[in-house]
Every structure is written in structure tokens, then in C-alpha cells.
Design a protein around this ligand. Structure first.
Ligand code: GLC
Ligand code: CA
Length: 535
């Protein structure tokens, strides 16, 4: 069997509202993405060189959760374009060798989806059982104690029929009942619809939530929760996240992917390393091709993971130790739900330096790396004024707008993104593609070098992983395959370090471009917050 393409791919996540506005309404769109494809990969090292794109949902949606509330799984929202634009985008990507992943939202639809409109219309509607409807308990209280991920109870009373419906997120996002085979079939057909149009795979939203405890039993209290203690959730989400019955459902989803050639399923999953690993299934009963490991963002939600060698080492160790044979990790340093990397790691002002080392680490680890748009030019969280906040999910005080602001292409007033006031304000003007492209030592230049190096260095794609001893403050590992061994050194300390090498080589990638090409006999020197790869 030939090696699957996604094992060697670097994937770039686009938040479509914020990549490129092509028609002057202040909102990014599919035509805009087409216009910017050469930036992503024009076949030369002048471009980023990514292999696949994932964009957050572009389906018709009331946009209450900006596309994660889908009212038609088989269309394109007019704000983003039409099915014809999508077809053209797929074709243009494929012409450049770029694969396209969409974002499938199986856990819930919009409350404006025709299925839900029917379902809520009467207690005996044939679609009633497509969602979770429950009466209040005899004492008048809610059907169970589950909370929504964005705060508040997970139940809303619907006046029409006097029953509550379940929503794990906003009340505008009712949960689909995956225990109903009709729902499962309809959702599988959505995958087929897009596969037929040439989509190469899906990022799967809230994968761990789709199948709940059969009786929707209460969640037990979290023994670690105290009124003034660390911010942990009040209950353990054992009956509505990673519930054991979700795994067989995932394996049935996988079968749909396997009806087509070379498609990939990447699940958004949260949990322990073991829970994440379980989503891959086994050779006999495969599950997801890839399951996100978000631990570089938050090992223990909601606390951000510190950029600290021992923590990084542990995260990778746990992933490598739990994944089944043949499975490959999939890390991300940022996405549309979390504070941007630099902003999370900038308390002492060294966030930008850490972002460089993080880029080297991510692209040198054994994994399918996911890059979030704008990270490569060092975009930071934007301080969005109260009156312009858009995200209704305020589980962080500001919601998620700060990390969703428009891509900055140049210094012009519209940043090359739009000609009118954009849907969210721009960030610091000095972070833009045009300037970063002109500077040989920019983060963008480093990201490009790292991606292209990975492509031309098989050991960085296919090599196995092993950690090696390193001084305090340093995370060091090797990638090895046959006679080749690359050594990767990530210095999270603020002082230069000298790390012994088990074999001589040359620096093939460094956070400091001028150091590339340096010959190393028995050790490599890495500057403060720096990183290097020696081969
Ligand atoms: C996922 C998405 C997030 C969305 C939520 C509900 O976590 O990444 O943006 O709000 O699911 O669909
Ligand atoms: Ca637009």
C-alpha cells in the first residue's frame, strides 16, 4: 500500500471570514481564497508550500456561531459564494496540488435547519426524534444537569410543545440525535455529497460529543472543583464527551471515508492522551485517520500550556506512548477558538521569539502539523472594542474574536484584505505578508524554509521519534529512519545552551537563518528561546 498523502502533509487552517474579501463587503469569501492560493503554494519556495487547506464552515448558516450553526449541510452560504465558487476553489487547489478539507459539524445543526424546524413543530412530527426532546423532571427542574460549553444549562424550553431540547453549545445549535439511524444516514450522506464534489477530507467538529449516555444521565460533580480553586469545570463531562459509544459511531463514519480513495478524517477531540489515541481505532477497526492533540495549547483546560521544555517533552511523550501502531499525531499551536500563540506566550515579551522555536518544533515533530492562518506572520490577539465584539460565546471574557481578525497582506488601510471596514478590526500594521516577505529573518521566511525543508527531507516526514537527554530548559529529540537521524533542539530557556550531539551533522534549519549550514561535530549551540535541526 502506498503511503497516505496526509502523513506528509502540512495543513493550513483558514478562517474564511477573515482571509480575503473579494467583493468589498468586509467579509472574507471563497473567491478571496482563490485569489490568494499562490501565497499558499505556487510550487516554488517563494510561497508557503502548504499541502492542504482546511477552512472553517462555509455552509448556509444564520452565523450565530459564525458557521458552526449549519442550516444546510450541502450548500454554500451567500456571504462566502456559491457551490460554483466552491467547485472552482476545489479545482484551483487541486491544480496546485493542494488538498481541500471542509469542516463537518455533526454534533448539532442550526435551529434554522429544516430538520429542526420540523422537529420542533409537534411532538409527533417524524423528525421529532432527530434531536433530543425531554420534558421537565416531575419537580419542574431541567431534564439533566448538563451544561453548555459556552456556559448556562444545555437545555432550552421550546414553547411550541412545552418540552426542552438539548444544545451542547448555543441554544441556536440543537444537538442531533446520533442514536437515531436516520440521522446517522443523513449525516453520512452529507459526507458523500462533498466527496463526490472532490473534497479530500473533513475536520470533524466536536467529534467526542456526538453520542451521549443512552439515558442522558446526570454528570457527576468534579471532585477537584472548589468555589475559589483553580478554574476547572464543576462537573465531569463523562456522559456527554468521549462516552464509550462514540467510538463505534466514529468507526462507522470511517467506513464512509473508505468508500472513496485517499480521503482523510481529522477529529476535533479533547481529553487525555489515551482518549485521543482511542479515536484512531485499530487496524481491524480503524477510526479517525488523525485526531487533534491540542495539548501544546492547553494540556489542562482552560490553563494555557507554558512554553517550557519539560512540559513539551511530556506532551509528546504521552502522545507517542498512547497512539496505536501506525497512528500519527496531529498537533496545532493555535486555532480559531484559542488565543494566538504569541499572545499566549508573551508575558515577558518573548512571545515572538518563542513563536519561531515553536514553528521549528511543530514542523520537525512526527505529526501532521496544522498551521492557523496569520500565525506565520506573527499575528497577535487583537483588542476588539466592546461594541465590535461578534462572538456570542463568552466563555472567555472577550469571546474568540481576538484570534479571528482579518489576515494582513500589506500596510494599506484595508491591509489588502478589504476595501471597506472589515467585520472585525485589524491588528498591528507591522504584521503583514508584504513586509514579512521582504525580510529574510521574518517568521514568515522561517516558516517557509521549515515547510520546504520538511518536504525535501524524508526523515522529517517519515522518521520515527525518540527523545534524547538534554540540559534543563531544553527539549531535544531525534527523528530517525534507516541510516538517517535528524536531531531537533528546542531551547525554551532565556540563555544560550550547548547540547551534545550523538552524531555530527550540519544545521539544516534554525530560528536564526545565518546559522543554517553550520557544521556541528559533537554539539550544537542554540541561542535563547531558539531552536535548530541538525542532520
Ligand atoms: C468547535 C469549534 C468552535 C465551535 C464549536 C461548536 O469547538 O471549533 O468554533 O463554536 O465547536 O460548533
Ligand atoms: Ca466578501
Amino acid at each position: 500500500m502506498s503511503r497516505e498523502w496526509w502523513r506528509d502533509a502540512v495543513v493550513y487552517q483558514i478562517y474564511p471570514r477573515s482571509f480575503q474579501d473579494s467583493n468589498g463587503d468586509g467579509i472574507g469569501d471563497l473567491e478571496g481564497i482563490i485569489q490568494r492560493l499562490d501565497y499558499l503554494n505556487d510550487g516554488t519556495e517563494q510561497s508557503l508550500g502548504i499541502d492542504a487547506l482546511w477552512f472553517s464552515p462555509t455552509f448556509p448558516s444564520p452565523m450565530t456561531d459564525f458557521g458552526y450553526d449549519v442550516s444546510d449541510y450541502c450548500g454554500v452560504d451567500p456571504a462566502f459564494g456559491t457551490l460554483e465558487t466552491m467547485d472552482r476553489l476545489i479545482a484551483e487547489c487541486h491544480k496546485r496540488g493542494i488538498k481541500v478539507l471542509l469542516d463537518w459539524v455533526p454534533n448539532h445543526s442550526s435551529d434554522q435547519h429544516p430538520w429542526f424546524i420540523e422537529s420542533r413543530s409537534s411532538r409527533d412530527n417524524p423528525k421529532r426524534d432527530w434531536y433530543y426532546w425531554r420534558p421537565a423532571k416531575p419537580d419542574g427542574s431541567l431534564p439533566n444537569n448538563w451544561r453548555g460549553s459556552f456556559g448556562g444549562p444545555a437545555w432550552t424550553l421550546d414553547e411550541t410543545t412545552g418540552e426542552y431540547y438539548l444544545h451542547s453549545f448555543l441554544r441556536e445549535q440543537p444537538d442531533l440525535n446520533w442514536r437515531n439511524p436516520e440521522v446517522e444516514r443523513a449525516m453520512h450522506d452529507v459526507l458523500r455529497f462533498w466527496f463526490e464534489r472532490g473534497i479530500d477530507g473533513f475536520r470533524i467538529d466536536v467529534m467526542g460529543g456526538i453520542v451521549k449516555e443512552p439515558n442522558l444521565a446526570d454528570n457527576p460533580p468534579n471532585p477537584d472543583w472548589t468555589p475559589d480553586g483553580p478554574r476547572v469545570s464543576r462537573q465531569l463531562w463523562v456522559n456527554n464527551r468521549n462516552y464509550p459509544d462514540v467510538y463505534p459511531a466514529v468507526k462507522r463514519i470511517r467506513k464512509v471515508f473508505d468508500e472513496y480513495e485517499a480521503r482523510v478524517a481529522v477529529g476535533e477531540v479533547f481529553g487525555t492522551s489515551q482518549e485521543v489515541a482511542d479515536y484512531y481505532g485499530s487496524d481491524e477497526e480503524p477510526g479517525l485517520h488523525l485526531a487533534f492533540n491540542f495539548q501544546f495549547i492547553h494540556e489542562h483546560e482552560p490553563v494555557h500550556t507554558p512554553w517550557e521544555a519539560e512540559t513539551l517533552r511530556r506532551i509528546v511523550h504521552n502522545a507517542e506512548a498512547t497512539l496505536p501502531p501506525g497512528a500519527q499525531p496531529c498537533y496545532a499551536l493555535a486555532n480559531h477558538d484559542r488565543s494566538r500563540f504569541i499572545s499566549r506566550n508573551n508575558e515577558d515579551g518573548h512571545g515572538a521569539a518563542r513563536a519561531r522555536a515553536a514553528t521549528v518544533m511543530l514542523l520537525a515533530l512526527r505529526n501532521t502539523p496544522f498551521l492557523y492562518y496569520g500565525e506565520e506572520i506573527g499575528m497577535e490577539d487583537v483588542d476588539v472594542p466592546e461594541e465590535r465584539l461578534q462572538d456570542p460565546a463568552r466563555f472567555r471574557t472577550t469571546g474568540r474574536d481576538p484570534e479571528r481578525t482579518p489576515m494582513q497582506w500589506d500596510q494599506s488601510p484595508g491591509r489588502g484584505f478589504s476595501t471597506v471596514e472589515p467585520w472585525l478590526p485589524y491588528g498591528r500594521v507591522d504584521r503583514n505578508v508584504q513586509d514579512a516577505s521582504a525580510q529574510s529573518d521574518s517568521l514568515l521566511a522561517l516558516t517557509r524554509r521549515a515547510i520546504w525543508l520538511r518536504k525535501s527531507t524524508p526523515v522529517l516526514c517519515e522518521g520515527a521519534y525518540r527523545e534524547i537527554d538534554a540540559p534543563a530548559g531544553v527539549f531535544a529529540f531525534e527523528r530517525f529512519a534507516g541510516p538517517e537521524t535528524a536531531t531537533v533542539v528546542v531551547n525554551t530557556s532565556g540563555a544560550a545552551v550547548v547540547v551534545p550531539l550523538r552524531r555530527p551533522g550540519s544545521v539544516i534549519l534554525s530560528t536564526i537563518a545565518a546559522e543554517e549550514g553550520t557544521r556541528c561535530e559533537s554539539s550544537v549551540t542554540v541561542g535563547p528561546f531558539g531552536a535548530a535541526v541538525v542532520l
